[in-house]
Design a protein around this ligand. Sequence first.
Ligand SMILES: O=C(O)C(=O)C[C@]1(C(=O)O)C=C[C@@H](O)C=C1
Length: 181
Amino acid sequence: MIIHTLGPEATDSYRAARYYQSAHPGDIRIVLHDCFEGIIEHFDDYQGDYFMIPAAFKSCHEHLDWADIHYTHLDQLKLVTCFCYALDPLVLVRRLGATMDAAYTHPSTVALLKNYLRSIQDQSVIHYTDSKYLAYQNYKAANARYVITNQKNVQLGNNEKVERTYTPDMVWCLYQILKNR
Ligand SMILES: O=C(O)C(=O)C[C@]1(C(=O)O)C=C[C@@H](O)C=C1
């Protein structure tokens, strides 16, 4: 059995796939992709394989979320199972004295960022990435002010502060990609 999901290995999607793999001993191979849209575009090439995605998914490329995927591909995807598996703890990090009024997040977690920015009346511009891991990489490269990412990704510098910590539950959906009839 092959499960296609989001990489790299630092993502919660990979973690959830590993959790499923350990709970179902047998021949399961996990294949990681740069974005969920890349998997969806190639459903025809992955017929018979499996696709794992969180219910909270939102695209950073187009107006696309879990509901859109579920209903658009009713004929191509069979929902095999769902399970609850919490995300690795998330943190909202602030860079003190940052020069860029920018904040990085995955689209799924933007509500956390918006709530925080509203609470401190900060107008930073929000930028979106394909994963929380990439949000942290882009935040570092841009010397930005805020990021939401997994705690395990972060190496806190002297001028950085964890402003918020979150431990969200998540629902994960495992689909089989059906063969074309
Ligand atoms: O960024 C990650 O680590 C992911 O696995 C992606 C993802 C998502 O697509 O919704 C998974 C769960 C969270 O809701 C945020 C991001």
